[in-house]
Write a protein that binds this ligand. Structure first.
Ligand code: NAD
Length: 480
């Protein structure tokens, strides 16, 4: 893939370039540009919203769920057909290891399959309220949905948010992140190939402050789904409030792995390591805090450190254990957190930018383990979005709960124990959207409802729940 190729927007079923305006997409493993992308702005957002409205009102709203399902199944099939090609593109664009990019492509296909399978069972109710009146509810699409997605799982998150919206009968405008927009554009192309009506899915790449803000503030959308940082979530949330729009906010996290004294450490440790190494820690539901009971502290920290030392770094397309950070800006940010934490906690392993000719120019950092981290310190409280794990010790159940719940975030948590009562007690006490026991499924599977509490956001993506997110109840009362 050379930088000669220009990736265009897809609006109303056509490839569109906003005049001369483009931006360069950087390969994070080399720091070099590798593709040129259309830089859309307010005019293209206007055109995309108009195309979505036209298709929604004149075509898509009138299709039966089974017809939508057939098209979504076909999108899923095409995503599987092109899996290898999509994975390579995603890997180069984001820096993520190829095996991760392959499983992201599979998950993307599964989202379309799952919502194709479930849309035919999105039923209304009858309500036996009055003896002389027949009352029933139906679930209706909003109309035009806006979707702003981040760079860490571009294909997967685009599919996760767009598939249930299309299934429910909406038409969508998708704004991918400027750091990794390519697979979202490919998704738009595959959707057209699958027979999705032109205008049902519009993909509008561009910068956050331009295309993103124009979409978030657009008067012509009916629902907004944002996945990204809490800072931008606040901007987008305010814009939605001004327009009186419903908004789903999937924001950050500071998710803990909580290891009780009776945990099976052989199972826990590899999972704890993977939860922060996956995607170089650039996962909203990364397991970035390790809360460990004092009785097993030394054992756990030693075992995690050994595994961190064995992690192989490299360009995503070479399929290492750990790829680069997405951009220079994020790399500087991660290094800043590590530097500050050195004086506040005990650095057990990592923390350096590797001195390796093979990795020259790329945005790499070693997997980094800190111990004796105070629960109120920055790396315990703030999202680093890098392969940096903060360890804190606790002595009893209540202390574990207090530390786990002691951040602004509440996305997911994992509990490691062989005591089923403690597992359920913790699951009840933890203020998060998902709890895993004796496993860590960052975000869970396609079928598992996902979303945060507190500053991790509100609204639910994934699972059947997302069909409720992207539809509204209408009540009809008919007097005999
Ligand atoms: P970001 O908030 O900077 O960008 C996300 C998207 O918002 C991008 O498409 C960007 O172009 C757009 N954007 C930026 N400024 C905007 C503005 N003023 N108006 C409208 N849109 C704007 O986030 P990021 O750096 O791309 O991603 C990292 C963050 O996303 C982390 O905090 C992470 O936890 C979070 N995240 C959350 C989830 C989840 O499901 N909860 C998933 C992935 C990432």
């Amino acid at each position: 893939m050379g930088s000669a190729e220009t990736y265009q927007a897809i609006i109303g079923g056509k490839h569109v370039s906003p005049g001369e305006a483009t931006f360069e997409d950087i390969d994070p493993a080399t720091g070099q540009p590798f593709a040129t992308v259309a830089r859309c702005g307010a005019d293209e957002i206007d055109a995309a919203v108009a195309a979505a409205r036209d298709t929604q009102e004149n075509v898509w709203r009138h299709t039966r769920p089974v017809e939508r399902a057939r098209i979504l199944h076909e999108i899923s099939r095409l995503l599987e057909r092109d899996r290898e090609q999509l994975a390579l593109l995603e890997s180069q664009d984001t820096g993520k290891p190829l095996k991760q990019a392959r499983s992201d492509a599979t998950a993307a296909a599964r989202y379309f399959e799952f919502y194709a399978n479930t849309i035919e069972s999105l039923f209304g109710n009858t309500i036996p309220a009055l003896s002389d009146t027949f009352v029933y509810t139906t679930r209706e699409p909003y109309g035009v949905t806006g979707h702003i997605v981040p760079w860490n799982y571009p294909l997967q998150i685009s599919s996760r948010t767009v598939a249930p919206s299309l299934a429910a009968g909406n038409c969508a405008v998708l704004k991918p992140a400027e750091d990794a927009p390519l697979t979202a554009i490919k998704l738009g192309e595959l959707a057209l190939e699958a027979g999705l009506p032109p205008g049902a899915l519009n993909v509008v790449p561009g910068f956050g402050e331009e295309a993103g803000f124009a979409l978030a503030t657009h008067q012509g959308i009916d629902h907004l789904a944002f996945t990204g940082s809490p800072g931008v979530g606040r901007i987008v949330g305010k814009a939605a409030a001004d327009n009186l729009l419903p908004v789903a906010l999937e924001l950050g996290g500071k998710s803990p792995n909580i290891v009780l004294a009776d945990a099976d450490l052989d199972t826990a440790v590899p999972s704890i390591v993977n939860a922060i190494i996956q995607n170089a820690g650039q996962t909203c539901s990364a397991g970035s805090r390790l809360l460990v009971h004092s009785a097993v502290h030394d054992q756990v920290v030693e075992a995690v450190a050994e595994r961190f030392k064995a992690v192989v770094l490299g360009a995503g397309v070479d399929d290492p254990d750990l790829g680069p950070i997405i951009s220079r800006k994020q790399h500087d940010r991660v290094k800043g957190y590590v530097e500050q934490a050195r004086s506040e906690a005990e650095l057990v392993v990592g923390g350096r930018v590797p001195d390796d000719d093979r990795l020259r120019g790329g945005y790499f950092i070693e997997p980094t383990l800190f111990d004796r981290v105070a629960p109120d310190s920055r790396i315990s409280q703030e999202e680093v979005f890098g392969p940096v794990l903060a360890t804190t010790t606790f002595d009893d159940f209540d202390e574990a709960v207090a530390i786990a719940n002691g951040t602004e975030y509440g996305l997911i948590a994992a509990v490691w124990t062989s005591d089923v009562s403690n597992a359920h007690k913790l699951a009840r006490e933890l203020r998060v959207g998902q709890v895993f026991v004796n496993t860590y499924g960052a975000g869970g599977g396609v079928e598992l409802p996902f979303g945060g509490v507190k500053k991790s956001g509100h609204g639910r993506e994934k699972g059947y729940e997302a069909l409720y997110e992207y539809s509204q109840v209408k009540t009809v009362a008919l007097k005999y």
